[in-house]
Design a protein around this ligand. Structure first.
Ligand code: G3P
Length: 194
């Protein structure tokens, strides 16, 4: 399978709207009409509770991980798995199966990291929960974790990882525009379960 086909398949995998599927099938609820209106794991936790939140977050992570494994799965390891992973994140943010209104790039980006460096994934997971414990804001934890991931990639001196984590972190900041406004206006909701 060539690069373009791999990118399309990764985009379609990323487009699977787990938040919508779990909400509609399991709870007869469209999470886009509740909470922050976002299709991601955080809003699923907020609107549908812990079980649905874990399923959606795991599904969104796995989309990124699966995308990074596609080149190997189809026997074309000349294609960079990180680049294919980015197409899954684009699908997650702008899903063809959900009117192009998707998530905020966090979980699926994490899935890419899990696919290429489980150790870095552990570091970012730890960072995320430490910042969340301190601030109680998922949005701030997501953005800070993005920055820490870039810094860690620089320390690892891995140029591919530096470029891709920088792009992913820019996606994360761009998709958190409304959160940033709410943080400035002091209207961003804190989590209640930590
Ligand atoms: O991963 C998304 C999170 O950082 C913010 O989600 O629903 O609070 O806008 P939400």
């Amino acid at each position: 399978m060539n690069f373009i086909l791999l990118a399309i398949v990764a985009y379609l995998i990323g487009s699977i709207p787990f938040g919508l599927i779990v909400g509609k099938i399991g709870y007869n609820t469209d999470i886009r009409e509740h909470g922050s209106g976002n299709l991601g794991g955080t809003n699923t936790f907020r609107v549908l509770g812990i079980k649905a939140g874990i399923i959606v977050t795991a599904g969104d992570i796995l989309k990124g991980t699966l995308a990074t494994q596609l080149p190997i799965l189809v026997g074309n390891d000349s294609v960079n798995p990180l680049i294919i992973g980015v197409f899954a994140v684009i699908g997650h943010m702008y899903p063809i199966f959900a009117k192009f209104k998707g998530g905020k790039a966090v979980a699926t980006s994490g899935g890419i990291i899990l696919g290429v460096s489980p150790l870095l994934f552990l570091i970012i997971l730890l960072t995320f929960f430490i910042v969340l414990y301190i601030t109680k804001y998922v949005s701030i934890s997501s953005m800070v974790t993005g920055v820490i991931t870039v810094i860690t990639s620089i320390i690892m001196q891995d140029i591919g990882l530096i470029i891709i984590t920088s792009i992913l972190t820019l996606f994360v900041f761009y998709r958190h525009r409304t959160n940033i406004k709410r943080i400035i206006n002091k209207t961003e909701p804190k989590i209640k379960w930590m």
